[in-house]
Design a protein around this ligand. Sequence first.
Ligand code: ISE
Length: 335
Amino acid sequence: APLRIAVVGAGRMGADHIERLHRRIAGAEVAAVVDIDRPRAEAAVAHIPGAVAHTDFQEVLDRDDIDAALLATPGFLHEQVLLPALGKGLPVLCEKPLTPDAESSWRVVQAEVAAGRQLVQVGFMRRFDTGYLALRRMIEERTYGELLTLHHQHRNPTTPPGFTNEMIINDSVVHEFDAVRFFTGEEIVSVQVRIGRSTRNAPEGQRDPQLVLMETESGVLAQVEAYVNARFGYQVSTQASFETGVVGIGGDQEPYVRTEGRWGGSVTPGFEERFAEAYDREIQAWVEATARGEIGGPSAWDGYATAACCEAGVRAQSSGETVPVHLEAKPSLYA
Ligand code: ISE
């Protein structure tokens, strides 16, 4: 029987996942949608036979016919769903960030340790992107010698209302913290943030762009230009410098056209398009792993470790200093 999933949060990402689960993912069905905005929850289930709209996650926990939850509310609302879900032993695919700070993410890790098995997979979908996978393999296999540095561009057209200066770190650069951990297989030991001239298109209170520099345990330096009001469209790309080569991923998408008087292609509008296939693979892997009683991607530990990086990053934003990342000892559940 298909896995019966409750999607929590029917906003931009939640709606995208509902369509994905409903139309493209094998072995799963949307059985419930939770949103505090009742009309939005009802609109999300209207075309899905048998799916029920709820306004409170507790109503889902009270049902006994839900196998897993996909959590797509804003990050600051995750903990209040994760803790009761873990208490009930319900598997959760939690969109990033796990939570907005290290202390609350650590509470989630501890609740999972208490549950005695891994139930939380964190939505770092870039780990399912073919370019990301290819680059990680070159790093592991030392195809061009040792990896030396990583350079990331993370550009968004605009930010949604309420997107704070801290969210540039917690919601955007959190992806690069995870990417660097994924590529290198190492933890990040320190974070620095430099903020220079800012675009006039940044909303009040936000400074944009920001340059983030991090260092891994073995001394790999990785930098990110986070530029989230870049207007032109969406771009997530990486260049990696090795001892005998330089590798780029995330270039512009085909088709590439040459015609009289001009050449080029089209700009990717947003993350849904840039990572459409990665999201499909991520959710398919999660569904298949959940059916086996496992997780199929990044863990709550990955969510916690990136939250610790974000916390250092937010401190670095205001201090201008290089801030060390503090991590608790890794529980054996994640060994
Ligand atoms: C958004 O929440 C995402 O996760 C996107 O992948 C990222 O590019 C964007 O900066 C975030 O706001």
